[in-house]
Design a protein around this ligand. Structure first.
Ligand code: GTP
Ligand code: SPV
Ligand code: MN
Length: 597
């Protein structure tokens, strides 16, 4: 099909290792896609859906032990262990190739190897990176066709260059004991074996666009981040773009597709979606930050998606969508928890077992029909609020960076950091409660710097340093904010309504970037002055507002002690700027506590 020698040589080596029956090149055509869907349905790899109700949609169920990324089986394979750092699993490259090579050996016998040429970022943009994924999964091919620029046009773009990410994936036998997700940043290579789940196998996504890209970004002077990108248009038609880092399943897709509350809609506020998961950020010649969404699709959490929480997502996924691990009914319909309408009388749960409403486990807990991490895959252009700038090769200029997590306690609804350096400190100490998108004890608070704990492809201490240095070179570094939509009252209920009402907070943030809104100084940053967040049309009491913005110096002292313990693992490598910010915060808290005594 093409003359690229480096590409052909690599493919033939991988072919010898995996021994597929045949090789098929993905050209990006609609005919090939339809043919693959038919084949996947015929073999049972995927399941057809009611085409009247769900036009061009298709269903997939993963293995029951394969429903989220497996961070414990994900490795950074660098020559030096320190380059991966204390927060990553590390394996020596030779050991990685040897161990995974054993699982790959002959794994594609009786199967087809698909060759997927893809580009993260618009082809030809200075931001963009080309990859080739080899896979034995039609599910992966169909997802990559939605999530990336892919097919013949990318091969043409690549030409004879050997500058492409070499991605090898095989489901092999889907055995978690023989599963590895390996990254070789020094070789621009990714090997993933033994899984069929999204973030483990769509190699353009977390593996390339975050783990490898963060490594490239450090060497080349840019940032690859786990961030949504959205535009907020005010009644005068000015659009401010913000990028926001929240950990997995903490609200990026929802915020990126936000519908303004009525009070704002009437005034003419609009929200535009640019991306919901990943941002690549560069400094522009104008001294501002510019960001692109390298993806072309959304791989979003299904449960909780309904016409109140996220009508734009719901509108996006009515056609031409892949559904993974939701509840399937006998007649090709689907259902999920906190979606639209009543559950069906009976169905087949995400794990393939018969399901009916009211089922409980031994502990009396409801058994869900859809897995809490069930996902939709849909082209971004199907979103009613997709920004006209979404695939602009130059990206969009950022007015603010927003950080956040899921904290039932402690973190106030919103605060503004004092400086870029304090913003980096705030990102470095981000924490969130574990969700269904990760394996681990759900609800437990873990530190997740910049929402990148599972995605930073190098030593996290060097990552902090890269952020600090990156900001020093900026003429106009954007302000950095922290938000928390998830604070709970003593009865365990969310205090803040969230979703569309989050625009009230974003509006304050945008005003702050123009120095147009008042603040109150606290030891952790500036919180909105009374009356500065527009609460018009919202039923919320003064006590609730007070609780949302409370900054308790005693609780924050405990938090700060935990920051210190977290930083200890980086030893000497922790940048001085971070240690200095820690000390400064210690002093502000001590002053506050002395003052309030
Ligand atoms: P990944 O795709 O895993 O990176 O997740 P994400 O960050 O895009 O999270 P998503 O928007 O899919 O939200 C995950 C869960 O958080 C869903 O169950 C949402 O209903 C819930 N959620 C999102 N925004 C809010 C909010 O403002 N308030 C509350 N209470 N819940 C929210
Ligand atoms: C996440 O877990 O942050 C996701 C889903 O966006 S996955 O692509 O599986 O990583
Ligand atoms: Mn994500």
């Amino acid at each position: 099909m093409i003359s690229n020698r480096a590409l052909h040589q690599w493919i033939s080596e991988m072919e010898q290792l995996c021994r597929p029956d045949q090789i098929v090149w993905i050209d990006g055509s609609e005919e090939q896609k339809k043919e693959l869907e038919r084949e996947a349905i015929a073999t049972g790899e995927m399941i057809g859906m009611d085409q009247k109700k769900w036009p061009d949609c298709i269903y997939h169920r993963t293995a029951v032990n394969d429903v989220a990324r497996t961070e414990q089986l994900t490795y950074i394979c660098t020559s030096k262990k320190e380059d991966a750092g204390p927060t990553n699993n590390w394996m020596e490259p030779a050991e990685g190739y040897r161990r995974a090579g054993e699982y790959f050996r002959g794994a594609m016998e009786g199967r087809t190897m698909y060759v997927i040429p893809f580009s993260m970022g618009p082809p030809g943009s200075p931001f963009s990176k080309i990859g080739i994924e080899l896979t034995d999964s039609i599910y992966v091919v169909l997802n990559m066709l939605i999530m990336t620029h892919s097919g013949r046009k990318i091969l043409e773009q690549l030409g004879d260059s050997d500058d492409f990410t070499r991605g090898l994936h095989s489901k092999a036998d889907l055995d978690p004991e023989r599963r590895l997700i390996l990254h070789f940043p020094e070789d621009n290579t990714i090997w993933s074996v033994g899984s069929g789940y999204g973030g483990n196998v769509l190699l353009g996504k977390k593996c390339l666009s975050l783990r490898l890209a963060s490594w490239f970004g450090r060497n080349e002077g840019w940032l690859a981040e786990h961030m949504l990108i959205m535009g907020i248009e005010d009644p005068e038609g000015r659009v401010d773009y913000i990028a926001a880092a929240f950990p997995s399943a903490c609200g990026k897709t929802n915020l990126a597709m936000l519908v303004p509350p009525e009070h704002f809609r009437k005034q003419g506020y609009k929200v535009w979606t640019v991306g919901d998961d990943i941002a690549w950020i560069r400094a522009g010649e104008d001294g501002r930050l510019w960001a692109i969404n390298p993806e072309t699709g959304f791989f979003g959490v299904v449960p909780g998606t309904n016409s109140r929480s996220n009508p734009n997502a719901l509108a996006s996924i009515r056609r031409n969508t892949i559904f993974t691990n939701v509840l399937l009914t006998g007649n090709g319909d689907i259902w999920w928890e906190d979606g639209e309408g009543d559950p069906p009388a009976t169905g087949i749960a995400w794990d393939g077992r018969p399901w009916k409403p009211g089922l409980t486990d031994e502990a009396g807990k409801p058994i869900p029909g859809a897995h809490p991490n069930s996902r939709f895959t849909v082209p971004v252009v199907q979103c009613p609020t997709i920004s006209a700038e979404w695939d602009n090769p130059r990206g969009v200029p950022l007015s603010a960076i927003v950080l956040g997590g899921r904290r039932s306690r402690l973190a106030p609804l919103v605060y503004e950091t004092f400086s870029w350096r304090h913003g980096v400190y705030t990102g470095a100490t981000m924490a969130s409660e574990i969700t269904a998108a990760q394996y681990g004890k759900q609800g437990k608070v873990r530190r997740d710097p910049m929402a990148m704990l599972p995605f930073c492809g190098y030593n996290m201490a060097d990552y902090f340093d890269h952020w600090l240095e990156f900001g020093k070179d900026l003429e106009n570094p954007p302000k950095v904010f922290h938000v928390n939509w998830f604070k709970k009252d003593h009865a365990g209920h969310y205090i803040w309504p969230g979703f569309g009402d989050n625009l009230r907070v974003l509006n304050w943030i945008v005003k702050r970037t123009r120095e147009e809104a008042g603040t109150v100084r606290t030891p952790i940053g500036f919180v909105p002055a009374k009356g500065e967040i527009d609460l018009n049309g919202l039923e919320i009491s003064a006590e609730q507002i007070a609780e949302l913005f409370a900054v308790d110096p005693g609780d924050w002292q405990k938090e700060l002690d935990d920051h210190r313990r977290f930083f200890e693992q980086f030893g000497e490598r922790l940048p001085r700027g971070i240690a200095e910010e820690h000390r400064a915060m210690q002093e502000r808290l001590a002053l506050e506590r002395a003052g309030s005594r």
